[in-house]
Design a binder for this molecule. Structure first.
Ligand code: 4NP
Length: 155
């Protein structure tokens, strides 16, 4: 079975694009083939590139995300992806609300797959300073490594 992963935060310009970049990198490193994408529950940043600070932290880790563009999650995403990860509890709640009854994707809180971080959200760095984006990068990298480890066992 082919695996496809969608990360969802609020704006799709900070946390979920970084999660997308981190999983693409970890999957490539592990030689795992999977589709990876990200989206927002909100629509304010549809068509926008990631926040400059998100672009900068990704670039510090050797990844150019300047070509990513924001989009809003759709009902079809629940059919198209095998796994949808919410970056925090608020977005998980909103995803449960928009999930169609026939949606097949497994819907989870991202950090639930990281040992010791179950039940926690990835803090929104948007209204904070640059250092917050380093915290975001660490969180989504740990989550990406956990996802790859899990899928390596399953595939
Ligand atoms: P994200 O961060 O959900 O991690 O992309 C945010 C980006 C924009 C806004 C809030 C959070 N906003 O209010 O515009």
């Amino acid at each position: 079975m082919s695996i496809s992963v969608l990360f969802v935060c609020l704006g799709n310009i900070c946390r979920s694009p970084l999660a997308e970049a981190a999983l693409r990198a970890e999957a490539a490193r592990a030689g795992l083939d999977m589709e990876v994408d990200s989206a927002g529950t909100g629509d304010w940043h549809v068509g926008s590139p990631p926040d400059k600070r998100a672009q900068a932290v990704a670039l510090r880790h050797g990844i150019d995300i300047s070509g990513y563009r924001g989009r809003q999650v759709t009902a079809e995403d629940f059919q198209r992806f095998t796994h949808i990860f919410a970056l925090d509890g608020e977005n998980l709640k909103n995803l449960r609300r928009v999930r169609p009854s026939d949606g097949s994707a497994e819907l989870r809180l991202l950090m639930d797959w990281v040992a010791g971080r179950e039940g926690s959200g990835v803090t929104d760095p948007y209204f904070g300073d640059d250092a917050g984006f380093d915290v975001t990068w660490d969180d989504v990298t740990r989550a990406a490594q956990a996802i790859v480890a899990r899928f390596q066992v399953e595939m």
